[in-house]
Ligand binder design. Structure first.
Ligand SMILES: [Zn+2]
Length: 356
């Protein structure tokens, strides 16, 4: 659904920017990410008690969801602060989950998810793989396999053909059918806020970003089959529950988008909380003040476009994880000055349609 009407002035013409970019090979990034996860898994080795089998926690959202076999029990308890892969979370209350992602400017990302079962056992979940929908294009591969050909095609022939060719996606075990969020307007950096209507320009880009998900915005010729909605609740003086040290400190039910300081090299961070295997009740996103941001392509020289990064981050809030085998919106690489991530790829669409 598309609750927000776009205006042409801000929905600028560079919509499908296909400029080449110095993007690292997909497979390399995937390998790097997997190695991070593997190191993380090794690090928690002492905490591993068992691996939950598929019967342990059934998914309620169809066959494409993450498998509960990805969950690994730990010795943590409710309320413990857990740091893995550069992400810090607090172990949630029984029946809950907490998730966080740190997105880097170089196209890598780190994630951590904790779930607490009804007995108070705390689990981590491996979020490093991607899945491919049944009937997917045989030319694409799942599980983060090499996609250099796919990738090169995207650079040479425009991104459209590439992002529409793959149906790969990775589904988190939560949904948020109606996302209600606020913007901490005072956090907008001076170089954006100081312009005439600067705050409004930022807000509109955020609204476009959320609507890109809920409105299934795409260049693949596919209609909107995503029932999820979002609502902007207004400006707020409230900060969000993301710390400068890349911790998700929330769970208060308020979804707030803001700018704030995060570690160097980080583009942004997102956090989500909710009922394990169910509905997220909060999704916070922070854009790093150490990065340079821009609203419109025409004003962009080497910055990150807010709409591009935030479409990706809202995609997490709505329940999709990363893909590495094609240039989907949920690929963690956000090229500078490019609005390419603002249109959903066929994998993104397939994933969201499976959830909503
Ligand atoms: Zn991400």
């Amino acid at each position: 659904m598309l609750p927000f009407v776009r205006d042409g002035a801000q929905r600028a013409s560079g919509h499908h920017d296909s400029r080449p970019s110095p993007r690292a090979p997909d497979g390399d990034r995937a390998a790097t990410f997997r190695s991070v996860l593997l190191r993380g898994s090794a690090a928690i080795g002492l905490g591993v008690l068992l691996t939950v089998n598929a019967a342990g926690v059934a998914s309620a959202h169809g066959p494409q969801d993450t498998s509960s076999s990805d969950r690994v029990a730990t010795q943590f308890r409710v309320g413990n602060r857990v740091s893995r892969n550069g992400v810090t979370l607090t172990a949630p209350a029984r029946g809950g989950f907490a998730w966080g992602e740190v997105l880097f400017q170089d196209g890598t990302a780190r994630e951590l998810m904790l779930e607490t079962d009804s007995d108070g056992r705390v689990f981590t979940r491996d979020l490093g793989s991607e899945r491919q929908a049944a009937g997917a294009d045989p030319g694409t591969t799942g599980q983060g396999a090499s996609s250099q050909a796919d990738y090169d095609e995207g650079l040479a022939g425009g991104r459209t053909s590439s992002e529409c060719a793959s149906r790969s996606y990775y589904s988190y075990p939560w949904r948020i059918p109606s996302y209600r969020w606020s913007l901490q307007s005072a956090s907008i950096p001076w170089y954006l806020r100081g312009r005439t209507n600067g705050t409004l320009y930022v807000l509109n880009q955020l609204k476009y970003a959320a609507s890109n998900i809920t409105g299934a915005d795409n260049v693949c010729g596919r209609g909107d089959y995503i029932s999820a909605t979002h609502t902007f609740l207004g400006y707020t003086s409230r900060s969000n529950n993301i710390s400068t040290g890349a911790s998700c400190t929330g769970g208060d039910g308020y979804s707030v988008v803001n700018f704030g300081y995060l570690p160097s090299g980080v583009l942004g961070m997102a956090c989500a909380y909710g009922t394990s295997g169910g509905v997220a009740r909060e999704g916070d996103v922070r854009m790093n003040l150490r990065a340079r941001w821009e609203t419109l392509p025409g004003w962009c020289s080497s910055e990150t476009l807010i709409q591009a990064a935030m479409t990706h981050e809202f995609g997490h809030v709505f329940g999709l994880g990363h893909v590495y085998s094609s240039p989907q919106t949920m690929n963690p690489y956000v090229p500078n000055c490019s609005l390419s991530p603002t249109t959903l790829g066929m994998g993104d669409l397939t994933g969201f349609e499976s959830k909503y």
